[in-house]
Design a protein around this ligand. Structure first.
Ligand SMILES: [Mg+2]
Length: 270
């Protein structure tokens, strides 16, 4: 896939997040910056959809389980002509239709509301299982944060997906190593490979990808769709929370904090 095109798009999305969210006071900037490249690789390279027919029956489904990362999605929907720019410009302002976490909005192609973490994958597994039962060929993608990979519901859903050989299910895990308040290594995991080991224990072979190499992410997604393996596919994107802003990168305190003028003076990293 065209690396220059994808990189330009991802950088534009980052710029849009900062342009809209800082003045509007929308706080989840860091977890959104974390997954910009994943969403860009998906929408501009791998997700099958029709802009003029969003409810097309054979479209690929996307469930954004880490729904507070939605700031990365809205500019893409604007760019594709799915959402009016004014809607995005007014994001998080009083009276706005767009909320801090994602609500289901079929008019904008948003399949499910999430936000209480650990619920997106069960929805995605249901969609993938339904597709298999009906002999449909579409794929279901699920974007998850690494902290919600500590949730019991996630593993129960995954156990079912493995049992039923749901090869039409693709997990995209935004592994930034941070939860809302601290690094995961200080909360739940014993070492940094715990997530990978757990996935392998469920009979999966996660592909680990640099989380801000948008072209590589796009290629891995393509490979996941084309696999002959009879099991769910998992891409673990090694990301940096707050990627793109020097003040914010890998800093727990910025989970829901707006950078001030002095923070922004530190500059960008893209
Ligand atoms: Mg995280």
């Amino acid at each position: 896939m065209d690396e220059k095109f994808l990189t330009k798009k991802a950088n534009w999305v980052r710029d849009e997040i900062l342009r809209v969210c800082i003045p509007n006071g929308a706080g989840h900037i860091a977890p959104s910056l974390s997954c910009v490249d994943i969403l860009t690789a998906l929408y501009y390279g791998n997700l099958s959809y029709r802009v003029g027919e969003l409810q097309w029956e054979d479209r690929d489904r996307l469930i954004v389980s880490k729904a507070h990362g939605v700031y990365g999605l809205y500019p893409i929907l604007v760019d594709l002509g799915i959402m009016p720019k004014e809607e995005w410009d007014n994001y998080y302002k009083e009276g706005s239709r767009l909320w801090g976490c994602m609500e289901q909005d079929l008019e904008y192609g948003i399949e499910a509301g999430c936000g209480s973490l650990g619920h997106g994958l069960p929805i995605a597994v249901g969609l993938a299982f339904g597709a298999k039962l009906q002999g449909k060929s579409y794929y279901t993608f699920c974007l998850l944060g690494d902290t919600e990979m500590e949730e019991g519901t996630t593993w129960e859903a995954l156990q079912f997906a493995v049992k039923h050989s749901l090869k039409n299910l693709i997990l995209l895990i935004d592994k930034n190593g941070l939860a809302a308040m601290d690094h995961i290594i200080n909360i739940m995991d014993k070492d940094k490979n715990d997530l990978i080991k757990r996935l392998e224990g469920f009979g999966l072979s996660p592909i680990i990808c640099p989380g801000h190499d948008v072209a590589k992410l796009a290629n891995y997604m393509k490979m996941a769709k084309e696999t002959k393996e009879d099991r769910p596919q998992v891409i673990v994107a090694d990301t940096i929370k707050g990627y793109g802003l020097k003040c914010m990168e890998d800093m727990a305190k910025f989970h829901f904090r707006i950078p001030d003028e002095n923070d922004l003076k530190m500059g960008k990293t893209y």
